[in-house]
Ligand binder design. Structure first.
Ligand code: SF4
Length: 331
């Protein structure tokens, strides 16, 4: 069974806040507010290209703060998507929003339109970082929203960012620990990028904000991924998806962007595992599951190059018996 989502972007519209890193128009690559009619068209067009069997499909309202949009527009968009849920053509609806735009009334509305997944933009559980990022909510707001969402039959996703102003690795790790305690079904990890026409871009220009380096962002995100996975929380994404806007030729000004950021993190996890089991030796043979071989080698053979640079000779063999994500020392 494969999972697909049909993204319908709801840009900055309706959001009264101005997070320093956000210019939703650039991040979603779409500036217009969709209508019910447009949502219907987007879903129909995607369905034509998706398989009819062995699939789970959700319409996904992303890109802004869905439940902060005026109620009539929320209902118009949800009603359009709900028709496809009722006809069985899609399996559910997911959306992302802010923690301070969740309450029982809102959740009851979402449930009545067949919403199956709610994602909250948490970003940090450190109030100082939230303040510096201009988020306009606190960590307590996140905890309150999670308590409300958990009363309803929906999946809960929490999104966190790294490298925000006033942030550091220790605060990100503390954020991940607090997110783990909230027991979401899944998380996303986004390193902060500097996007044109944002306050962060001004701060970067004035020298008051320094973005993470790619190496450091990958190493931190890999560590966070491991923490979540050890607690049975699925990491569905690390790094922003590439769009025309979010690319070195688009609105991206600076920051740890890589089109395969998630892959770099997966490779880092394998690199760390292999390095840990090397102890003092300078040669090693590791077996990995065939589905993990490219992660073990690393993006652009990055892991092998790093071992070579340290004078370490590592050989990899493929073995179906090795569990996914694991390595077995063979020498
Ligand atoms: S709450 Fe979301 S949509 Fe609003 S400014 Fe912040 S990141 Fe952008």
């Amino acid at each position: 069974m494969r999972y697909y989502n049909i993204p319908i972007f709801v840009p900055h519209y309706g959001c009264p806040f101005d997070c320093v890193f956000c210019n939703q128009k650039h991040i979603t690559g779409e500036g217009e507010v969709p209508s019910g009619e447009r949502a219907d068209k987007i879903i129909r067009e995607h369905l034509e290209t998706l398989p009819k069997t062995d699939r789970i499909i959700e319409a996904a309202f992303f890109g802004g703060s869905f439940t902060a949009v005026e109620t009539s527009l929320q209902e118009e968009l949800l009603a359009a998507a709900y028709e496809f849920v009722k006809s069985g053509e899609i399996d559910g609806i997911r959306l992302s929003t802010r923690p301070d735009f969740i309450n029982d009334e809102i959740m009851q509305r979402l449930i009545s339109y067949g919403v199956t997944t709610v994602e909250l933009g948490v970003q940090s559980m450190d109030d100082g970082v939230l303040f510096a990022a201009g988020r306009g909510h606190t960590a307590t707001d996140v905890e309150t929203a999670v308590r409300v969402i958990k009363k309803y039959p929906v999946k809960l996703g929490l999104q966190m960012m790294t490298g925000l102003p006033s942030d550091n690795d220790e605060k990100s790790i503390a954020t991940a620990e607090k997110i783990i305690a909230l027991k979401p079904d899944f998380v996303r990890i986004y390193p902060t990028l500097v996007i044109r026409d944002t306050r962060l871009c001004e701060m970067y220009g004035q020298g008051t904000y320094r973005p993470q380096e790619l190496e450091g962002a990958v190493s931190l995100a890999a560590r966070l991924m491991e923490m979540f996975r050890k607690n049975n929380i699925t990491v569905i994404r690390a790094g922003l998806a590439a769009t025309e806007e979010i690319s070195p030729n688009g609105a991206l000004v600076a920051g740890p962007y890589h089109s395969a950021f998630g892959e770099l993190c997966e490779g880092e996890l394998f690199y760390n595992k292999m390095l840990d089991s090397l102890s003092e030796g300078k040669t090693a043979v590791f077996a990995v599951n065939p589905r993990d071989i490219s992660k073990a080698i690393g993006n652009g053979a990055r892991n092998m190059t790093r071992f070579k640079e340290q004078g370490i000779s590592v050989s990899l063999i493929q073995d179906e018996a090795v569990p996914l994500g694991e390595i077995v020392r063979k020498d």
